[in-house]
Design a binder for this molecule. Sequence first.
Ligand code: IYR
Length: 328
Amino acid sequence: MDAHELITRNAAEVVTEEEIEALADDPEGKRAYVGYEPSGVLHIGHMLTANKLIDLQEAGFEVTVLLADVHAYLNDKGSFEEIRHTAERMRDQFIAYGLDESNTQFVLGSDFQLDDDYTLDLHALELETTLARAERAMAEITSGDSVKVSQAVYPLMQALDIPYLGVDIAVGGMEQRKVHMLARDVLPSIDREPPTSLHTPLIADLGTGRGKMSSSEGVTISMEDSREDIESKVNDAYCPPTADPEPTDDGAERDNPVLQVFEYHVFPRFDAVTVERPEEYGGNLEYDAYDDLEADLESGELHPADAKGALAEYLDRLIAPGRQQLAE
Ligand code: IYR
């Protein structure tokens, strides 16, 4: 796979295509980053952007992981002390998950976001941005009825992180796109380049195929899950024999989360996937590309129950090193 394919595979969106192409032409020494609010434990949402960081590392990029302690604080995630402690645990879990330690730089937000220059630039951005715009940028990151001033500061800081970290690409899930668009608009006002960004797709809730899988609601997979937890969650997952299920009766869009997890989590990390089946049901199936697995599920050659069995097995392999690390 060439650098451009590695960088863009499984991305929902890149902004802009031309900028990504220029980076793919000469990736050595370029830097990409993702920021994460430190939270209890690594879950499948973190793992999706981490997969993209691993792709970028393979393409020759260097990687920064921002453990966004100040952002978590602004988003009401606990005391500063608690958040810092969580950040340290998360770092170890990312390494256990498979980020290449030798070229991953971990940075705490508070290492640079409290400096004088950063603060003054932040105030300059505050002057350039309406409250309504900041609020819109945050709509998919926070929920809550009353918007606090902290939530207006949050996206401006996220925008400012990009030049302060000196990165060439900002990576995030699709829920981060409005913040990155805000960054493209406002950073030039303080003489900074509009940043290039890359967004990973949102995966539907495992249990229902609706909405997006989230750590706070519905069914998700985390590094704390035992093999039995994974098996039971995957077993109960929504998995119709199609990649494109009908909307629900009340009109809500649905996806097939089992296929999505194969596509975005399993195939990027394993060269081939074996679905084990007893001889009487046709014996094992081998896939070296996601599309073939999807086609077999749609044709009926692969039964959802067998697909789920394989998914639980591969998810367990991805999670086991982090689980072990958490137990230490
Ligand atoms: N908004 C992210 C956290 C975050 C991301 C980046 I990229 C930053 O520069 C700072 C914070 C979240 O929702 O987790």
